[in-house]
Design a protein around this ligand. Structure first.
Ligand SMILES: [Zn+2]
Length: 121
């Protein structure tokens, strides 16, 4: 199985070759200069690095503009399927924890559809 990349602390897609190695995320264009920043976790204030905004602001920018900063939005691109896999894994794990179960899989037109059903409490 293909090794997943590391998760971008800004957009959450698995786009980085390692953490804290100044990789630039091709999806949101965040420059990953601090491995202590993790997606989904609050990040402390810190001195300005190569990014002109803090990661919490960059996350809000990604929702608003599709990039970590508005000036970078023309360079950003949508995530590839393999960059989303880790996100789907995390979402699915969360649903299974909340009492959902996989009821079946179907494949059509190159897409895989997963049916979930609520387990009885
Ligand atoms: Zn990113």
């Amino acid at each position: 199985m293909k090794q997943l990349h590391s998760q971008c602390p800004c957009c959450g897609y698995f786009t980085l070759h390692g953490r804290g190695e100044d990789d630039i995320c091709p999806v949101c264009w965040w420059e990953d200069d601090d491995a202590a920043e993790e997606y989904g976790q609050p990040a402390p204030e810190r001195p300005e690095g190569p990014n002109h905004v803090h990661v919490w602001q960059a996350r809000e920018n990604f929702v608003a503009f599709g990039a970590s900063e508005e000036r970078r939005s023309r360079r950003a691109r949508p995530p590839h399927a393999d960059e989303m896999l880790g996100v789907l894994d995390a979402e699915l794990a969360s649903l299974l924890q909340q009492g959902w179960a996989v009821a079946g899989l179907a494949s059509d037109d190159g897409y895989v559809y997963m049916a979930l059903k609520r387990r009885k409490p």
